[in-house]
Ligand binder design. Structure first.
Ligand code: NAG
Ligand code: NAG
Length: 229
């Protein structure tokens, strides 16, 4: 149920002859916000549309790099004001009546430029782009200890090994954030933890967690036991 001009414009869009096709309204204020701003593989991303024109007649989403129409979804109002059913589900993608596009369980292949094409009732169009970048999640760190059975008043050094330099490291003790007491020292940008002298109360499970703002991973735990001399 699409008008010939819309079909023509779509055809032209696909052959990249965009500018010859339509007029652009003077008040272009539609914006698209990525929510959350950064996403890692396996997460969900919303391409959130702000200020969809009130007199929108139809809108289409395209993923520019893919010339097949598999990413094309539309809300379309026919002359008798009926609309496409919303939300529309297309695989991992859902399009809402507001225009926003949700992509679930994103992969690297979802990275790229997305374009929203809107037509208002005057057949004026507006193109808005947003670039989605799907980041690799951080790799799981490993934890090493110079020894796991320590005599009281001895010392132990734990090292968090990660392939992702520059990310933040948090230490856990018995599955809770480690409270650094005066006998504990962090070094090498928090990737090393030394306890000297160690006390019986320090015995337990240690883990490190590496995060980069959009994903985090914990190391397997290491059990440290403290024996009396
Ligand atoms: C469709 O909606 C518009 C705006 O709400 C209205 O002006 C128009 O008369 C409606 N058309 C029909 C056929 O109901
Ligand atoms: C997410 O996608 C991956 C493949 O990219 C798949 O193995 C996994 O099962 C999916 N997870 C969910 C919750 O759909």
């Amino acid at each position: 149920m699409e008008s010939p001009s819309l079909l023509l414009c779509q055809g032209l869009l696909l052959t990249a002859l965009l500018l010859a096709c339509w007029n652009t309204p003077t008040t272009a204020q539609l914006t698209i916000e990525l929510v959350p701003p950064m996403v890692a593989e396996g997460g969900n991303s919303v391409l959130f549309v702000h200020k969809m024109p009130l007199n929108v007649q139809a809108f289409y989403w395209y993923k520019q790099k893919d010339p097949t129409r598999s990413y094309e979804v539309a809300r379309y109002l026919t002359p008798d004001n009926t609309t496409s059913k919303m939300p529309q589900h297309i695989g991992r993608r859902t399009v809402f009546y507001s225009g926003s596009l949700l992509i679930r369980n994103v992969t690297q292949a979802d990275s790229g430029l997305y374009t929203l094409l809107t037509f208002n009732t005057e057949m004026e169009s507006e193109l808005t782009h947003v670039h989605l970048e799907v980041h690799k999640p951080v790799a799981q760190p490993t934890l090493q200890a110079d020894k796991t059975a320590v005599t009281e008043d001895g010392s132990v050094t734990l090292t968090c090994l990660t392939e992702d330099p520059g990310f933040s490291i948090r230490w856990l003790f018995n599955h809770q954030s480690l409270y650094l007491n005066g006998r504990m020292t962090l070094f090498q940008k928090n990737s090393g933890l030394s306890i000297d002298p160690i006390r019986r109360g320090d015995a337990g499970e240690y883990q490190c967690e590496v995060s980069n703002g959009y994903s985090s991973k914990m190391s397997p735990p290491i059990q440290i036991s403290v024996t009396s001399e």
